[in-house]
Write a protein that binds this ligand. Sequence first.
Ligand SMILES: Cc1cc2nc3c(=O)[nH]c(=O)nc-3n(C[C@H](O)[C@H](O)[C@H](O)COP(=O)(O)OP(=O)(O)OC[C@H]3O[C@@H](n4cnc5c(N)ncnc54)[C@H](O)[C@@H]3O)c2cc1C
Length: 515
Amino acid sequence: MSDDADVIIVGAGLTGLVAAAELTAAGKKTIIVEQEPEQSLGGQAFWSLGGIFLVDSPEQRRMRIRDSYELALEDWLGTAAFDRTEDLWPRRWAEAYLGFAAGEKRSWLMQRGLKFFPVVGWAERGGGNAVGHGNSVPRFHITWGTGPGVLEPFVQRVREAEKRGLIRFKFRHRVNELTRTGSVVNGVRGDLLAASDAERGRKSSREITGDFELKAQAVIVASGGIGANHQLVRENWPKRMGAPPKRMITGVPDHVDGRMLAIVEAAGGRLINRDRMWHYVEGVRNWAPIWTDHAIRILPGPSSLWLDARGKRLPVPLYPGFDTLATLSHIKPLAANSPLYAVADDIVNAAKGPDPLEAVRTVLGDYTNRFHASGTLAHEEDDDEVLLHASPNLTIYHITLSPGLQYPPHNHLMDALIGIYKGSETNFIYPVAGSELDVPERQDIAAPAVVHMASNTVHAVANTGGARSGALHVYLGDLTRTHRQLWSPDSNHAEPFDNDRYLAGARPIQQSGHE
Ligand SMILES: Cc1cc2nc3c(=O)[nH]c(=O)nc-3n(C[C@H](O)[C@H](O)[C@H](O)COP(=O)(O)OP(=O)(O)OC[C@H]3O[C@@H](n4cnc5c(N)ncnc54)[C@H](O)[C@@H]3O)c2cc1C
């Protein structure tokens, strides 16, 4: 089969259009394959505010904002917190992209017809300084004409190339497979979808009327994200942020379905960092929705008052526009009358004193006895772990364990206090020889009890009782961001801790039968 074009682009959003404009400028013949109808050309960008990230621009300098590549890099690294082997390319990409944003990006965009509003906005400020998360200076340059203004020059270029025969659009073509010759991806296969007169941004039908196959020398996938696919969002939800919210609304149209991720993977693509996702918390339901569960983000005024479910003001810096993921983590999946709010508040306060270990032990002992006396679980949900608090000095979880399961050995690398208030748990404390574990010492602990584990402890926990156990776990450090170890039950070798492998490593254990 001879090639239909030099390049096939999957997706006619902004990414696909920019790629197509560049390819045709280099004289390449391109086919753009798009599942939506023609009237939705441009994808998400049409709906966007058109805020563009620039570093050390004339607009910033006019406002006396001092910015530089070095400062932007420090901000980026503080926000990304790269800590995985697969972060090599994201880090290199960040360095290259910042070079572009501090260099030719502005003039490149202006040559294509974009113009910028002279007031620079400040998105994601973080803690307000150059260490840790966030932009330490304003960098958000709004395009005249917002999202449609960003799209316009690229749509125009691509439409002109279409007239010259360099570009062909294939609307209502949905890709299901990337095809290969040997190890080279050089084609796409998929469904022809029925013609649709759905207005821009509205959900279009998925009625199939036929199939198609196209070949080219190269394929670019520009298919957008996963935001409209809540199932995928939940599957990939970052463990460090606790359980995903039960109810979510959606900031992107239905076509942002994430289907191409699995399709790329099936063709040999290596996907990384699926759990590194971004969500706004300040969304409200659109009273006149365009897409399913349509959410609108309200750009907050500088002095907006934000309250949690109990009417308490959110702590610094969890204001709108400062640190959206930290705000999301702070808004816990708890009912407004949950007793766990008070637990978190009291333990956080206790840990502020000169001897946090003893002060936390006292408060934890008090709650352990009180919850034990009530005879019920303080929080009963499908999820075993609820993250109540995470900060550099302190992490608090409420954890329930199902009966008859033992979890793999692991360490915490910080002092830990566990207040078991319901049922019984068995703790296996392992001596470590090199990186291998020796025969453990078994401790059977019935509620109510507070157990202290020193920072070098390696232990495995099991519920040997007859019912679900309940415990408050307090760690004197940020457990969610600490590089600690897990010992696989199969190999007995230390490996980097991973919550999925930890939960998957649970094995049945003999129960003693009583609670
Ligand atoms: C309300 C809103 C405000 C925003 N504000 C900003 C902002 O101010 N600044 C900023 O930088 N970003 C902003 N964004 C984000 C930005 O608009 C998007 O990241 C960007 O437009 C994504 O472009 P894309 O081309 O990668 O993806 P998309 O626009 O999602 O386009 C992907 C296209 O691929 C098609 N496709 C997917 N799978 C298939 C398949 N299997 N077969 C065929 N076609 C397929 C889809 O139908 C879609 O048309 C905003 C987004 C929204 C929704």
